[in-house]
Ligand binder design. Sequence first.
Ligand code: HBI
Length: 355
Amino acid sequence: MTLRLLFVSTSVGPLGSGMGGGVELTINNLAHSLLQRGHQVQVVAPDGSQFSAAPIINIEGQLQVSAQHQSRGTPIEMPGDSVLGNMWAYARRVQADFDLIVNFAYDWLPLYLTQFFQTPVAHLISMGSLTEAIDQVISRAIAYSPQCIAVHTRSQAETFDFADRCHVLGNGFDLSLYKYCAEPSAGLAWLGRIAPEKALEDAVRASEQAGLPLQVLGHLQDQDYFDQTLSQFPGAQVDYLGFLPTDKMQQVLRRCRALLVTPRWVEAFGNVVIEALACGVPVIAYRRGGPAEIVRDGETGWLVEPDSVEGLVDAIANLSQINRHACRQQAEQDYSLAALGERAEQWFDKILRQP
Ligand code: HBI
């Protein structure tokens, strides 16, 4: 059965700006995978969004404060002319034209509104547990609509006390965008939003100790943190290339010997891990969160004791044991658009079959 789907985007930035981090790629990939299966998709997003995969409605208003720097007790805050409020006012107006509404914002409002909509609302939760208020409102949404919550990995689900009530969706990518590279010609890579919870400093220190250059790509969210990291390791050879669109990013990534993934927090998934594997690039990651569920230790990369820089350096020294073709094969087996589309349809079916 073809579904008419309304995607309501993250509230922290326009699609295409990089401010939404991994959610931007997730929305793009999920739209592609469902369009390929004959469903209709329309996207609602903050003004200034760029989106090629499906028709997009740009909504004005003030962006939400990013949740990942809030402490557990932080109360919900909404700016005056909230883009989140405006996006959901639009969704309410058009809900009768859709079979299902999918929310991608890690925010209180859409979760709270679940019970007030006639069209079923589904939520793809993009981070682990961060605040009491969000945990409580997700539990309330599950009480009203038991199948409505999906996450990316089991370890992300485990950060919530309703772990067994979440669908684990993984993620999926248009692997044709990532060109396999059998022979690396560059040093190491680090990819992601540049902010303290991503612990770029560990990758810089490890590259300095390994005597290899480090190419850094991603949205520069915290300039002070970045400056402080570079000044801490004057001997490191760090090249910051900015936030690049997928094609330009993979042209850099594919030539690298390995991607270093150094999350200080429980990374919900780690889109960058799949992007590296798709290029044949081994992944060296802390054994923490989503990346630890994805990387096959000793086969498609190395899993390292969390926060151990010497562990990263040892893994870098053992890269020759990793077969780059096995990395590409893993991406094709588990993380293609077809695999994601299949898992998403199963999730939607369960929601739509609820009494
Ligand atoms: N914070 N309030 C809020 N809402 C979001 O949708 C959000 C966020 N912080 C980070 C974020 N989304 C994404 O970058 C991650 O979920 C990937």
